[in-house]
Design a protein around this ligand. Structure first.
Ligand SMILES: [Zn+2]
Ligand SMILES: [Zn+2]
Ligand SMILES: [Zn+2]
Length: 345
């Protein structure tokens, strides 16, 4: 006999009934009653896949009538869900006009960790739950993944599969897709915007004058002079010396998916520019102004970045697009110059 830890008010039932009851909830946690000394007296965790449940893609209830040309009809996937990790058995659709594996999985509510021969899939629920947790509670991906492992096996967490690397990749790609959808990029909305904003994922200040968006590019100088309060954009630069990045072992293949398309300036042109500028350390005339010194004096041996600077509009304090730069060597004029030049369009 079996029971489910996630269903509400489900009675203790047999194997066949348990599989039937979970056609649409294949990632529930199941327990089996086990005999010990001829007494049925304790419950052990098992999986719906070992009870015979197969997740059938592209066909709701019945099996796909077509067989694959090569290989077995079903595949094993490690599925990551909000209640932990599961071993699942998935039957892909092999109909003549079937969608790609990627599309089949996405339609069923799974995001694969790789595109060609995926072996790990994440439920959309776990991705959305993590994004909510990280935005509202500041949960790190590492802590979240660790909690998922603990839920899977509360006693021997370390025996649970490690899918941290895959998790990082999936949430990065998901975040990038979501950013693009929210800016309307896939729907071509940006094609109607001025050149500077066409590939941009940042939210722009709706109140500041934005030539070509909320003010005409043809506005005459006389008109602007007559109402300078409407057409003046006040910008300010602000540095932060706590946003440091430590020099750590990093994946050399790691790449930003939106370099220079949101708030940070594009990486490669910025670093090339920094190679061409010489030291221009600010001579402070005020003994009370410690900001620049602080950035240079920090125990900087182990820092890859000693802070960041950003340009924002002073009236509404909204960060300008493509206007945030790293301080690899503490605050310098050259860093701020680049940020300002990059965001003025
Ligand atoms: Zn259930
Ligand atoms: Zn099919
Ligand atoms: Zn503004």
């Amino acid at each position: 006999s079996f029971r489910c830890q996630d269903c509400i008010q489900i009675p203790i039932i047999c194997q066949g009934c348990m599989v039937t009851a979970h056609q649409f909830n294949p990632l529930h946690r199941i327990q089996q009653r086990t005999e010990h000394n001829n007494k049925k007296n304790y419950w052990v965790s098992t999986e719906l896949s070992s009870l015979g449940l197969v997740i059938r893609l592209n066909h709701t209830m019945e099996s796909c009538p077509h067989k694959p040309l090569t290989g077995p009809p079903t595949r094993k996937f490690t599925a990551v869900h909000t209640n932990g990790l599961h071993h699942t058995v998935v039957a892909l659709c092999h109909c003549p006009d079937q969608p790609s594996i990627m599309a089949q999985l996405l339609r069923a509510g799974f995001f694969p960790a790789t595109t060609e021969r995926p072996q790990t899939i994440f439920s959309l629920a776990v991705i959305q739950d993590f994004r909510m947790q990280t935005h509202e509670a500041g949960t790190t991906a590492h802590a979240y993944h660790s909690a998922l492992q603990r839920q899977t096996d509360p006693t021997f967490k370390d025996r649970v599969d490690d899918r941290y690397r895959e998790f990082l990749r999936v949430i990065q790609v998901w975040g990038h897709i979501e950013d693009q959808i929210r800016t309307g990029l896939p729907f071509g909305i940006n094609q109607h915007l001025p050149e500077f904003h066409r590939d941009c994922l940042a939210v722009i200040c709706p109140a500041c004058p934005q030539p070509g968006i909320n003010m005409s590019r043809e506005t005459s100088k006389e008109h602007i002079k007559g109402k300078p309060h409407l057409f003046t954009c006040f910008l300010a630069a602000d540095g932060n010396f706590r946003l440091v990045a430590k020099e750590k072992n990093q994946d050399e293949e790691a790449r930003s998916l939106a370099s220079g398309r949101a708030y940070m300036v594009a990486d490669d042109p910025y670093w090339t520019y920094l190679e061409s500028v010489h030291d221009d350390i600010e001579c402070e005339t005020c003994t009370n102004h410690k900001a620049g010194q602080l950035g240079r004096q920090l125990n900087s041996k182990h820092l890859r970045s000693r802070g960041k600077a950003v340009i924002n509009c002073t009236r509404h304090t909204i960060v300008r697009p493509k206007a945030m730069v790293d301080f690899p060597k503490g605050e310098r004029y050259s860093n701020i110059d680049y940020a300002l030049a990059s965001t003025i369009n």
